[in-house]
Design a protein around this ligand. Structure first.
Ligand code: C2E
Ligand code: MG
Ligand code: MG
Ligand code: MG
Length: 283
């Protein structure tokens, strides 16, 4: 029977496709094993408030080191985790680990009431649709004695707009619990801005596509300018993603952006490297 089924497989797939399929299947089984063994880490990328000149937060970014292939991008393995039904489990690990790390930094005096640090946590489309999302989050913060307002949840514009009414209700619930809300990768669905700004939001993260050509394109500057003035009026902070050089920083600063994040400041760092980076930055 096994022979017959492998023959059928050979009949259906072209040679190149078999390679792809085999590669994917091995990635899948390795990913399953990695989830079981919790072979993941979080990297942290700083966010700088331009007016205060202070690092006010970090975004946690999931990292998977494959035994042979090295670091694999979350843009590759997060969709796979969703397909395999593993995102619920790993998503909770991320929440737990991010809260644990923040409590460690508090205990070590790395951050404090005088020098607060916010932790950003990304939520995938399927996580955002989970009925027990709020429960998972509340469990993570209370287990590590973190205030919900120290946590900023990042969801992408497209996820929020999939079912706007349901999103608004969920975001209100999360916000009433005390969590901060950010819209990630903003700008791709620009037409929905007016609608989106009815959502209960704390921050809007301007996609790096708009920052990339800011020194050349008038259009991108005009978009950022209108975004920042709209958000100011609504008490929503704006964060420019992907700021890679000083000229981009100067432009977004002049256009009224609240915070910047990107390689100019730092790449995403391990917890220890972030602590070292931050103290050097302050000195
Ligand atoms: P994102 O949330 O928009 O994260 C920002 C991405 O931009 C990160 O990629 C970061 O490394 C990269 N980046 C930061 N500064 C710069 C820069 O100056 N230039 C350029 N070119 N890139 C920059 P990363 O870490 O590969 O993550 C990709 C995406 O994977 C994230 O996009 C997020 O959507 C998702 N992701 C990452 N970690 C998690 C997680 O823990 N849970 C979930 N659900 N999704 C995650
Ligand atoms: Mg993000
Ligand atoms: Mg983003
Ligand atoms: Mg992005």
């Amino acid at each position: 029977a096994q022979e017959a089924s492998s023959q059928m497989t050979l009949a259906i797939y072209q040679p190149g496709e078999i390679d792809q399929l085999a590669q994917r299947l091995s990635l899948e089984s390795e990913l399953r094993r990695a989830v079981e063994q919790e072979a993941f880490t979080l990297a942290y990328q700083p966010q700088l408030n331009l007016e205060q000149g202070r690092v006010v937060g970090v975004e946690s970014l999931l990292r998977w080191q494959h035994p042979e292939k090295g670091w694999i991008s979350p843009t590759v393995f997060i969709p796979l985790l969703e397909e395999l039904g593993l995102i619920h489990h790993l998503g909770e690990w991320v929440m737990q680990h991010a809260c644990w790390q923040l409590s460690q930094w508090q205990q070590q005096g790395v951050c404090s009431a005088d020098q607060p640090l916010r932790m950003g946590i990304n939520l995938s489309p399927m996580q955002f649709a989970q009925p027990d999302l709020a429960e998972q989050l509340v469990r993570a913060v209370s287990q590590h004695q973190i205030q919900p307002r120290q946590i900023k949840l990042e969801i992408t514009e497209s996820v929020a707009m999939q079912d706007p009414q349901a999103s608004i209700a969920l975001l209100h619930q999360l916000r009433e619990l005390g969590f901060q809300i950010a819209i990630d990768d903003f700008g791709i669905g620009f037409s929905s801005l007016e609608y989106l700004l009815r959502f209960p939001l704390d921050s809007l993260k301007i996609d790096r596509a708009f920052v990339k050509d800011i020194t050349r394109g008038r259009r991108d500057r005009a978009i950022i300018k209108s975004l920042t003035s709209l958000c100011q009026g609504l008490n929503i902070a704006t964060i420019a993603e992907g700021v890679e050089n000083q000229r981009q920083r100067d432009y977004v600063d002049a256009l009224g952006v609240t915070e910047i994040q990107g390689y100019l400041l730092s790449q995403p760092l391990s917890a220890d490297d972030f602590v070292a980076w931050w103290s050097a930055f302050q000195a």
